[in-house]
Design a protein around this ligand. Structure first.
Ligand code: UDP
Length: 491
């Protein structure tokens, strides 16, 4: 988009929820908007800014007009330890509540910061879980667009579930209920649906979220129109507002350095990872990762290890560093690493996921179905083994397996615990894991059909960002805020 040099750039204020799975796509969104000629203020806090330092440095190197604004979070005032600024740092519901209070106290500092800017703000795009930003937008007289990091399919399900209170008088969390107004018959249970902070103590916050969702001027998704046109249209119609699908947003920067700099500091040397992948046959490696929040108990880690070993397929497996606190070393000491030496790489901690998924040796992805991981997998042409843990991941599994037909479910049955820190599902045994791996990575007609379909989706994903529907939507969203402000027209 060409914005004349003398024209003040439209100024987007991005406020993510401060958890990696929410922050990372909004950083990608910042890159996209900046590359299309907008200015971006990306709101963060000091401890979170430190964690995304390499991402911030990368945006500077690329000379993008993105300002990372670290507003001080008043942790002590709400009774949180200093530096406890991210959802993955808090322990238990009480601390989550305090963190949410601390975020809402950013209202004043944010307004002051924006008042000081020579180029006034044009629009706030903020996470669904930062509903206080609705008041900020109204105070400044600018639109607020809502981002929840879901695809249209799951956003629509979530909207119907919460706005229409479909589980209100249902005591059995596993009872299946048909979703009214969904484009086709779909049953969901409360246990396998995204919550809305509905535990005691969160009532006010939860109703503020729903209220601000209704009042938002529009919504933004990290999906692309061609992936789910039926659900995009239905979601837009249901909420009665424009939905801009801008994804897959991570495709905005696919150079190795930017991909390696995403999120936390990597626990593996990127070069080592690439060299290992280079030694593997094209399309042969299964990547196994459950995102940034889900935690895996040791007995499950053991089953995964033995299932992967039995499959005899090459794999790159990410185990979170806190998972390892419970004795993984013993498991590995017992000769596992030695036995899989020629075909397995284990990363303990944070892996450069975007970089790994983009490597030609990758042939499949065992995922927890977080939307970022899902859309990254789709963009890289990956068929997937679906292993949902919580939130909207069970809905994403339905999309991957039943609608897009690029997935094999590992067969998760029950959810044992649903907390912010531990999403524990019933243990999946090694034989089921082995079976799913062989099914996905095998050579039979079904596996080949899944791969073909995944390749087709990859092509569509790239076309959408490269001059197609998502590209046009970024232009459109910029045009929308400029028209609202009646700034001079873009040439
Ligand atoms: N991610 C990564 N390395 C890791 C774990 C996660 O780069 O070791 C990134 C991943 O690429 C994705 C995000 O973190 O962009 C996780 O988001 P997702 O929605 O998949 O899951 P969540 O972490 O929110 O459960």
């Amino acid at each position: 988009m060409n914005i004349r040099d003398d024209t003040p750039k439209p100024h987007f204020v991005l406020v993510p929820f401060m958890a990696q799975g929410h922050t990372i796509p909004m950083i990608d969104m910042a890159h996209l908007l900046a590359k299309h000629g907008a200015m971006v203020s990306f709101i963060t806090t000091p401890a979170n800014a430190k964690r995304i330092e390499s991402t911030i440095d990368r945006a500077r190197e690329l000379n993008l007009p993105i300002h990372f604004v670290a507003l001080k979070l008043r942790c002590a005032e709400v009774g949180l330890p200093d530096g406890c600024e991210n959802v993955d740092k808090v322990l238990g519901k009480e601390q989550v509540k305090r963190l949410i209070d601390a975020y809402s106290m950013l209202h004043e500092p944010l307004v002051s910061y924006l008042h000081e800017q020579r180029n006034p703000p044009s629009c706030i795009i903020s996470d669904l879980c930062q509903p206080w930003t609705g008041d900020v937008a109204r105070e400044l007289g600018i639109p607020r667009l809502m981002f929840n990091g879901f695809c249209a399919f799951s956003s629509l399900c979530r909207y119907i579930i919460h706005q229409e209170k479909i589980f209100e008088n249902i005591s059995d969390d596993n009872k299946l209920i048909a979703l009214p107004g969904f484009p086709h018959y779909l049953e969901v249970s409360k246990a396998k649906s995204p919550g809305n902070f509905n535990s005691p103590g969160f009532e006010q916050f939860s109703s503020k979220i729903l209220d601000e969702e209704r009042r938002a001027d529009g919504a933004v998704t990290n999906s692309f129109y061609e992936l789910e046109p039926l659900y995009h249209e239905a979601y837009q119609k249901k909420i009665g507002k424009k939905v801009w699908s801008l994804g897959p947003m991570f495709l905005c920067s696919t150079d190795m350095n930017t991909m390696a700099a995403r999120g936390d500091k990597s626990s593996v040397d990127g070069k080592h990872c690439l060299q290992w992948l280079d030694c593997m046959k094209p399309g042969s490696v299964l990547y196994v990762s459950f995102g940034s929040m889900a935690r895996t108990v040791l007995s499950q880690i053991e089953e995964i290890a033995l299932g992967l070993e039995a499959s005899r397929k090459p794999f790159l497996w990410v185990i979170k560093s806190d998972d390892t606190a419970f004795g993984i070393e013993k498991l590995l000491d017992e000769g596992f690493e030695e036995r899989i030496r020629d075909r397995g790489l284990i990363v303990q901690g944070w892996a450069p996921q975007a970089m790994i998924l983009s490597h030609p040796s990758l042939g499949g992805f065992m995922t927890h179905c977080g939307w970022n991981s899902t859309i990254e997998g789709i963009s890289c042409g990956m068929p997937m083994i679906t292993w949902p843990h919580c939130a909207e991941q069970f809905l994403n599994e339905k999309l991957i397996v039943d609608v897009l037909k690029v997935g094999v479910p590992v067969g998760v049955q029950n959810i044992i615990a649903r907390t912010m820190q531990a999403h524990e599902v019933s243990i999946v045994k090694r034989d089921k894991i082995e079976q799913a791996v062989l099914q996905l990575m095998g050579e039979d007609t079904d596996a080949e059909k899944r791969r073909m379909r995944a390749r087709e989706l990859k092509k569509q994903a790239r076309e959408s960002i490269d001059g197609g529907s998502s590209y046009n939507n970024v232009r459109d969203i910029i045009g929308y805020v400029m028209a609202k402000e009646m700034r001079p027209k873009v040439q």
